[in-house]
Design a protein around this ligand. Structure first.
Ligand code: NDP
Ligand code: DGY
Length: 328
């Protein structure tokens, strides 16, 4: 009998059990994993990927030309345990004919839930309120104390009415939102119909919204989309929430807008860089709530993401249709 040639798979982090189990059961693969919860050092990533047929990576792994060169001609499949793919050099990947798997849909609900939580936490000033209870600042019920902004009768602007954008709108509607506005590359009348959402320019969305939620993907067109000009157009009472990617926002301009009262508050699940250094100016502001990129962080969702990422990888390696393949 001829010895079976195993396909080499490199996994860049410890992943949840369902994904791990699926890979462990793949008799046709030899799986090596960076066995840590912390990011893999670049040198280890280069060592691990060299000669690999499949790579299962995370959004924190930069898969650029150099890494693809290091991987070499064996590399047939990249499977990212994320829906975002701005960490992958897509042009280079396409040139090499490498297939890419990703994890849309399975994280939409968890991420939309987090976006709504972050919006409410920010507009109703929960971190400030919790701090006052703990630090003795709560002296009495006071008519003017810790007032924020409510969703009832409001206008919500959504940058990117995609899967997550729609799921956010669906959850916000029962709070009594009066009007939804959205932007994108083009109008999406079918998706917008459910919310009677109006397609407007980015500038109009900034000017008319009481709440702005950013859920677009990060592309050259959306990079630094929310900048000085954008924040200057926003209402002084408006609240800004970003769950997309940090690079969609010019953080210096956001700091200025928050510090000078140009806008009321901001909630960010994503920043540049990640982690945000603990001495970053945004962290000095009371009206800025920052979370450590936990949009999809429920036990169930992360498990499902890991299984989908594993199944994408295995299907790709076996030349089968992937459950969720990115169209290049
Ligand atoms: P979709 O592809 O369904 O949605 C992306 C949206 O971005 C589309 O509606 C698209 O609109 C919009 N978009 C693209 N280009 C532009 C542009 N130039 N201006 C405005 N909008 C634009 O993806 P998902 O909803 O599944 O995910 C969206 C993003 O959310 C991910 O790419 C990721 O970055 C982020 N994310 C963050 C998470 C977190 O933990 N914080 C968790 C999961 C995702 P159109 O096609 O109409 O142009
Ligand atoms: C993604 O999937 O792109 C998120 O940022 C993390 O779940």
């Amino acid at each position: 009998m001829r010895p079976v040639r195993l396909m080499k798979v490199f996994v860049t982090r410890r992943i949840p059990p369902e994904g791990r189990a699926a890979l462990a059961q793949a008799a046709d693969c030899e799986v090596e994993q960076w066995d840590s919860d912390e990011p893999i050092p670049r040198k280890e990533l280069e060592r691990g990927v060299a000669g690999a047929h499949g790579l299962l990576c995370l959004l924190s792994d930069c898969v650029d030309k150099k890494l693809l060169d290091t991987a070499g001609a064996n590399l047939k499949v990249i499977s990212t345990m994320s829906v975002g793919f701005d960490h992958l050099a897509m042009d280079e990947i396409k040139k090499r004919g490498i297939r890419v798997g990703y994890t849309p849909d399975v994280l939409t609900d968890a991420t939309a839930e987090l976006a709504v939580s972050l919006l409410l936490t920010t507009c109703r000033r929960l971190p400030e309120a919790i701090a006052e209870v703990k630090n003795g600042g709560w002296s009495s019920w006071k008519p003017l104390w810790l007032c924020g902004y409510g969703l009832t009768q409001s206008t919500v602007g959504i940058i990117g009415l995609g899967r997550i954008g729609q799921a956010i709108a669906r959850r916000l509607k029962p709070f009594g939102v009066q009007k939804f506005l959205y932007t994108g590359r083009q109008p999406r009348p079918q998706e917008a119909e459910e919310f009677q959402a109006e397609f407007v320019s980015t500038q109009e969305l900034a000017a008319k919204s009481d709440f702005v939620v950013v859920t677009c993907s990060l592309t050259p067109a959306t990079k630094l989309l929310c900048n000085k000009d954008f924040f200057q157009k926003m209402k002084k009472t408006a609240v800004f929430v970003n769950i997309s990617r940090g690079d969609v926002v010019n953080q210096d301009d956001l700091y200025e807008a928050l510090a000078t009262g140009q806008i009321a508050a901001a909630g960010l699940d994503v920043t540049t860089p990640e982690p945000l250094p603990t001495d970053h100016p945004l962290l000095t502001l009371k009206n800025c709530v920052i979370l450590p990129h936990i949009g999809s962080a429920t036990h169930g969702t992360r498990n499902t993401m890991s299984l989908l990422a594993a199944n994408n990888l295995l299907a790709g390696l076996r030349g089968e249709p992937m459950p969720k393949e990115l169209k290049l």
